[in-house]
Design a binder for this molecule. Structure first.
Ligand code: DC
Length: 223
């Protein structure tokens, strides 16, 4: 039986980097599902379409105009949009916002969830996102809900931005974190929530290494 690990949580909780490390130590692949929503968001932006136009975005997905694929290079995920490697374009702040907007639409979710389930069917994998434990892998071997206070998440985001020379004030970053939480947790289709059988890990006051260790010991206990 393949080992499946679901890690869900809000923006800025460190899911991607922590998931990368945990998967590497377990010797399994990590699928960052947010990257797939980002690829759809990028597609909609590039076409100059209105992110609020659910009918148009749904029609695009249903017509196969926003095909998202993933491949691995030395264990690292590359995300493809209609065959083009868009890995380096999807991290921008506005693409994250576009991803959050299009992720509200059932047609987008249906297309991506199906792809994610296919990938995790035949191999051991760690998936991180918002709906992995609740929708994508309801029977995952291990489910983690990784969170941190909005203050702690905004603080980490600020440090990342400062390293890049970005001086956006803390209050603006905190407002953006709260707005994204609100959109991800209150959308109609498959909102972010902790699965009943998920173990809560709060990383507000622990280090990266301590968070990785906490998750690895939960995995060990469940295996
Ligand atoms: O984790 P991230 O910031 O890369 O995700 C971008 C957006 O995609 C996020 O705001 C909500 C959406 N998303 C989702 O709805 N379901 C997932 N499994 C992953 C991401």
């Amino acid at each position: 039986m393949p080992l499946t690990i679901a890690i869900d949580g809000p923006v800025g909780a460190g899911k991607s980097t922590i998931s990368d490390e945990v998967a590497q130590r377990l010797g399994i692949l990590h699928l960052d599902t947010g990257a797939m929503y980002r690829a759809v968001g990028l597609c909609v932006m590039r076409r100059g379409m209105d992110l609020q136009d659910e009918a148009a975005v749904s029609a695009l997905c249903e017509a196969g105009g926003a095909q998202v694929d993933v491949r691995y290079e030395n264990g690292a995920q590359r995300t493809l949009l209609n065959g083009e490697d868009v890995t380096s374009f999807i991290r921008a702040q506005e693409v994250g916002q576009a991803a959050s907007a299009v992720s509200r639409y059932a047609a987008v979710r249906k297309m991506l969830v199906r792809r994610q389930q296919e990938m995790a069917k035949s191999q051991s994998m760690l998936l991180d996102g918002r709906d992995i434990g609740t929708v994508v892998l309801p029977h995952a071997t291990v489910k983690i809900y990784l969170t941190a206070s909005a203050q702690a998440r905004a603080q980490r985001r600020m440090l990342q931005l400062r390293e890049k020379g970005d001086e956006t004030p803390f209050e603006d970053i905190l407002r953006e974190v709260n707005a994204r939480d609100d959109q991800d947790m209150h959308r109609e289709v498959d909102p972010l929530r902790q699965a009943e059988d998920a173990v809560l890990v709060d990383s507000s006051n622990i280090t990266f290494e301590e968070t990785v260790e906490a998750i690895l010991s939960i995995v060990e206990a469940k295996k």
